[in-house]
Design a protein. Structure first.
Length: 263
């Protein structure tokens, strides 16, 4: 099973036609594919070529002064390449945004970009497998739905939140598939979110603004949301069911029964 690296980039805001987004921060977390636990992490601010394009990002604390003292992308490119190359890439809306920004950054310094072994885009997972039961598909909304706190819009914090969101989604889907008489399926649609790629133009599209993601498919499967006062009960029952399993840790049981999510 290939190693999984969850990653996220923060960029300057769109600033008019013809002006490209510039990287301000890169954060990544290497995850054990069997236990979905953090193995190691790396995060760095990045000094863009044009500091005048940097405005203080709301809720993040990334300021012009902070990035002015940061290394350039060229100075951290080797480390980023080593983290990403040859691994399964995972993240929220990375197929349309993050991997394209990485490809651009390496092109700017005249180097070939890292190549993924595969892509796991949680936006595609939630679009086709989880539906709109939690509202829109923004990370901040999903985090609020599962009681994970407020999104900080910092790369490594968002990466860790992304993993927790996926774990919570997997738990709900496990309950619905294992105990349909108790937890009826609230969403229709197929799971199929891993795309094999060689990091070419077909696998990494362009999106003007990642903070308002658009699902890859125009077909939206509507789902009936759980009531807010019931979602905690759902999660607690899941934990109890998993904890009572014999011969396997709760998380391993969850992964075995929800393998379709990570297929």
């Amino acid at each position: 099973m290939g190693e999984i690296v969850f990653f996220d980039v923060e960029t300057t805001a769109p600033a008019g036609e013809g002006r490209r987004l510039q990287l301000l921060e890169f954060g990544a977390m290497l995850v054990c594919p069997r236990k979905l636990t953090e193995v190691e992490s790396y995060c760095t601010l990045i000094r863009p070529a044009d500091l005048s394009a940097v405005a203080t990002k709301r809720c993040s604390g990334i300021t012009r002064e902070a990035v002015a003292a940061a290394p350039t992308f060229e100075e951290v490119a080797d480390r980023i390449f080593g983290i990403l190359n040859g691994r399964v890439w995972a993240g929220h809306n990375i197929q349309r945004f993050d991997c394209h920004r990485i490809k651009e950054a390496f092109a700017d310094i005249g180097r070939p970009p890292p190549e993924p072994k595969g892509l796991i885009d949680s936006l595609a997972i939630l679009t086709h497998g989880f539906g709109r039961r939690a509202g829109d598909l923004k990370m901040a909304t999903l985090a609020s739905y599962f009681g994970l706190g407020q999104q900080k819009h910092r790369s490594l914090d968002d990466v860790r939140m992304n993993l927790e969101v996926l774990k919570n989604c997997a738990t709900v889907l496990l309950l619905e598939s294992s105990l349909p008489q108790v937890f009826p399926n609230r969403s229709l649609g197929n799971l199929g979110m891993v795309t094999r790629s060689r990091a070419n133009g077909r696998s990494c599209g362009v999106e003007d603004c990642r903070k308002s993601p658009q699902p890859a498919s125009p077909v939206i499967h509507r789902a009936s949301p759980y009531k807010k006062d019931n979602i905690r009960k759902v999660m607690e029952r899941a934990k109890e069911a998993l904890s009572s399993a014999r011969g396997a840790a709760p998380l391993n049981t969850l992964l075995r029964h929800s393998r379709s999510l990570l297929r």
